[in-house]
Design a protein around this ligand. Structure first.
Ligand code: DPP
Ligand code: ZN
Length: 863
């Protein structure tokens, strides 16, 4: 496998101005004809015309001609990865025909079939599985596409842009021609052919243009489409209001398919979606699913400007579009839902997955320096930490300054393929800033640590001392300081807001933004309060680990009264984290008492929103506790986590019971709190409360309640729980997405026998290893949702994961590699577990025909 480096970037010597494609779809294969108008890149100043080297993978080349003349075999060379044409001129037309086998394509990259329809996935480098091409994002070309297929089987033939003409052919076949007026990179190409139901609507843009909206789903699913359509309309309106961005084509299509590697894909004018992020109604989808649909529909829509109109010069710049678009979808969700709840959910992802990635063998900066397989870099770092970096810009510039930067970015770069550097420059120039230091967020991997100390100097004078550092990551031994915005407030010993004044100012304030630019810095403040409890990094104002030596009672005070909702939640998390990660084998009685009292007080707070209550009493995720540690005794952690959960359940049993019975609202936040209460009751005493859960499952009129009940039942020790698992199955066995939930609910039981059960589920008739959602529903749900049993000391969990990776390597390398990353934390574990995992990693590495995808992950992990 070859490593590609960012520093080796060179512009392409050739451009493809026009791309004409013809697809002839057949039952056994597809013929792809392409006509490419190629010319020398004016930016290329060399006099020598190098051979034209096109990318291609798993293609059967049938014909090559240049300017109408068919080439003989010695005029070109076709290898496994390339087509090279030796003698070309500065401007010419290349015609190719290739034969491909979409029905056999299980990698779900390029052109493939799913549920009887054809669809495509070209990002990042899937287009080369369709035809030979300059398959790199800076090559922006105007596409015309003709699709021919059987009319009865494929009445719909879709591609990007606007339909031009359609007509019937002989043998029951027909064709449709499409034209996309916006030049685009090949990764945004899409084709869909099938027989689908369609929900239509329309949107009138701010300049008064009418856009047709079409949402295509499998037959019989129209009753699960309305919410996605409404989300699309909301997104279109929001982008106009917040960023002045209008949709540009007359048609916007979304197609939902069951077999999809990612969540969705932003192909110009023709998004292809995983059904999981389209189909939703109250009966089949949980409140969390609805949020997911809204978020992903918005995300792909927002890509039309941040990704499509302005795209990436090369794949090292992926965060240019993904970090920015995640930030935009986060802002949208904050406007549509509760801001604090959204922020907590965002930060949970950073802490449970991104911090882990940053501290493991695959650590990379948001703009990576190298890769073997680009698909391995669609990561929480590039996406979610990337969004945090954009959020810091927003925090530093304010709403208006940020908007000015965005406007300048679009003004300068509309229609171009650009770099992260171009984005930073637009932000700087629109705001007269010099952000030399800020760029370290793009260069350096690893999670910075900020240590803070508070010293009282007497006479109302206090000093906050800050020190930042960042651990070494592979290939980056030493780090330069980061620019770190730290949002700060204080409360006093009574829990009231403590106002303060900065040394250089007369203004009394309740909050300030301190921007770190050096390793060590001090902030002096003045306050009338004798005791100050700092509330630091409010709203998680930077993606760092903040260390302050709070004692238990300070954290309890913050948890009870920090006016910043995010930090109030975070104080509870810190309190629990401290207890769970200390060196004691068990949690002490006084610690349990503090937590119980804090929870009781918070649950009784009538001002507090039910979602925030629910979030506040949920234990920190085990993955985030492992993610933040350098070495970890997992046996101790698992035991204490169980002990704490049981204690919170039992000591507050009456409170949970009363919450369960008196929280009557019909909002997602009410359901969330009620279901957390049910879960704690079942943990406290599942025999006694089983009936309650069973009744909830049977009588629920919505999937949130039905599934929550099923989960807690499946996680219980009751002998007759299988009745309810079966009942759920009988009711929902024909709804694929609900079956995914059914699978996942059964793998979270913290019991040794679970691995056998997971293996049984892998052989269930509703399971398919070829369907990524099913793999995620069983395997990912198990290894990330049941860490105590994944890390079972027998090594059975590791073996199960390795078996699945090896099976998937031959089918879908991208999904196999994603699973392989789950081993990445292994060097934090004890020697025995390390040996067990190493054995599995070596077993995987020895597999014949190991894909580049899996190789890259396993190799880095072993080194
Ligand atoms: N479809 C993926 C996303 O939208 C990759 N672009 O993030
Ligand atoms: Zn995206």
């Amino acid at each position: 496998p070859t490593v590609k480096y960012r520093k080796d970037y060179r512009p392409s010597q050739y451009l493809i101005k026009h791309t004409d494609l013809k697809f002839q779809l057949f039952d056994s294969h597809t013929l792809v004809n392409s006509e490419l108008k190629i010319e020398k890149n004016p930016l290329d100043k060399s006099d020598v015309l190098e051979p034209l080297v096109l990318d291609g993978l798993e293609l059967e080349l049938q014909q090559v001609s240049v300017d109408g003349n068919e080439l003989s075999k010695d005029e070109y060379e076709a290898t496994d990865n390339h087509l090279t044409i030796n003698n070309v001129s500065e401007k010419f037309t290349l015609n190719l025909q290739v034969k491909i086998y979409p029905q056999k394509n299980k990698s779900l990259e390029g052109l493939y079939t799913s549920g009887g329809k054809f669809c495509t996935q070209c990002e990042a480098e899937g287009f080369r599985k369709i035809t030979y091409y300059l398959d790199r994002p800076e090559i922006m070309s105007e596409f015309k596409v003709r699709i021919e297929g059987d009319k009865a089987a494929y009445p719909l033939l879709l591609s990007n842009g606007n339909p031009l003409t359609r007509g019937d052919m002989s043998d029951g076949r027909h064709f449709v021609e499409w034209h996309d007026p916006f030049p685009k990179p090949s990764y945004l190409f899409a084709l869909v052919a099938g027989d689908l139901d369609c929900l239509t609507d329309s949107f009138t843009t701010m300049s008064g243009r009418e856009v047709k909206l079409e949402l295509y789903v499998d037959k019989g699913k129209l009753d699960q489409c309305r919410f996605a359509m409404d989300s699309l309309i909301e997104s279109m309106r929001w982008d106009e209001e917040k960023f002045g961005r209008e949709y540009d084509l007359d048609l916007y299509m979304i197609v939902a398919v069951s077999d999809f590697n990612m969540g969705a894909m932003e192909n110009k004018g023709l998004n292809v979606f995983n059904t999981k992020y389209v189909l939703a109604n109250k009966k089949t989808a949980t409140d969390a699913d609805f949020e997911g649909v809204e978020r992903v529909i918005a995300h792909e829509y927002f890509h039309n400007w941040t990704g499509n109109r302005v795209t990436c010069r090369d794949w090292f710049q992926l965060s240019l579009k993904e970090g920015l678009t995640v930030f935009r979808d986060q802002k949208f969700s904050e406007d549509m839902q509760s801001k604090a709840v959204q922020r907590i959910d965002q930060v949970k992802i950073i802490r449970s997955s991104q911090f882990a990635e940053d501290s493991g063998p695959m650590a990379h900066s948001i703009r990576p320096d190298s890769y073997i397989e680009m698909n391995n870099f669609y990561t929480v770092t590039v996406y979610n930490k990337g969004a945090e970096v954009i959020r810091m810009m927003h925090t530093l510039l304010g709403e208006q300054g940020f908007r000015a930067g965005m406007d300048l970015y679009f003004e300068r770069h509309d229609g171009q393929a650009v770099t992260c550097e171009d984005f930073i420059c637009a932000m700087e120039d629109a705001n007269q800033k010099d952000w030399a230091l800020f760029r370290n967020w793009y260069r350096q991997a690893g999670t910075p640590e900020v240590k803070v100390q508070l010293e009282s100097l007497g006479n109302g004078k206090f000093e906050l001392q800050f020190a930042q550092s960042c651990p070494a990551t592979p290939g980056q031994e030493t780090k330069k300081p980061f620019m770190i915005p730290v949002k700060i407030g204080f409360i006093n010993a009574q829990g009231d807001v403590a106002k303060f004044r900065l040394s250089d100012s007369d203004d009394v304030c309740g909050e300030t933004l301190f921007v770190m630019t050096e390793e060590n810095q001090t902030l002096t403040i003045h306050s009338d309060n004798e005791v100050l409890i700092p509330s630091l990094l409010r709203d998680f104002s930077a993606p760092v680990k903040l260390k302050f030596e709070y004692d238990q009672s300070q954290l309890a005070t913050l948890f009870a009264s920090d006016p910043n909702s995010f930090n109030r939640w975070d104080a509870g998390q810190s309190l629990m984290t401290k207890i769970l990660l200390n060196n004691e084998d068990e949690i002490s009685e006084p610690d349990l008492e503090i937590l119980k009292n804090s929870f009781a007080q918070l649950l009784g707070d009538e001002q507090l929103d039910n979602s925030l209550k629910a979030l506040a009493v949920i234990l920190p995720e085990i993955s985030s506790l492992i993610g933040r540690s350098e070495k970890i005794n997992v046996d101790r952690l698992f035991n204490k986590h169980r002990q704490l959960k049981k204690h919170i359940g039992q000591s507050l049993e009456h409170t949970w019971f009363s919450i369960y019975n008196t929280t009557s609202g019909d909002q997602p936040s009410d359901r969330k709190l009620r279901n957390v209460a049910l879960d704690y009751m079942m943990v406290a005493n599942d025999e006694q409360h089983f009936e309650l859960a069973a009744t909830q499952q049977t009588r629920a009129d919505n999937m949130t309640d039905e599934l929550s009940a099923l989960q807690t039942i499946a996680n219980s020790t009751e002998g007759y729980k299988s009745d309810y698992i079966n009942q759920f199955y009988q009711k929902w066995k024909d709804e694929e997405l609900v079956m995914d939930k059914w699978f996942s609910a059964q793998v979270i039981n913290d019991d040794e026998s679970i691995i056998e059960h997971v293996n049984a589920l892998l052989n269930h008739e509703k399971f398919s290893i070829e369907n990524p959602n099913k793999v995620r529903a069983v395997i990912t749900a198990f290894i990330s949702g049941n860490l105590p049993q994944f890390h079972n000391a027998t090594g059975a969990g590791y073996e199960l994961l390795a078996d699945t990776i090896i099976r998937l390597n031959a089918i879908n390398p991208q999904i196999a590699a994603g699973l392989s990353k789950q081993f990445n934390q292994w060097k934090k574990l004890d020697g025995k577990r390390q040996a067990l995992i190493k054995e599995q990693l070596e077993r995987i590495k020895a597999v014949d025909n190991l894909s580049n995808d899996v190789y890259e992950v396993v190799e880095k992990s072993l080194n």
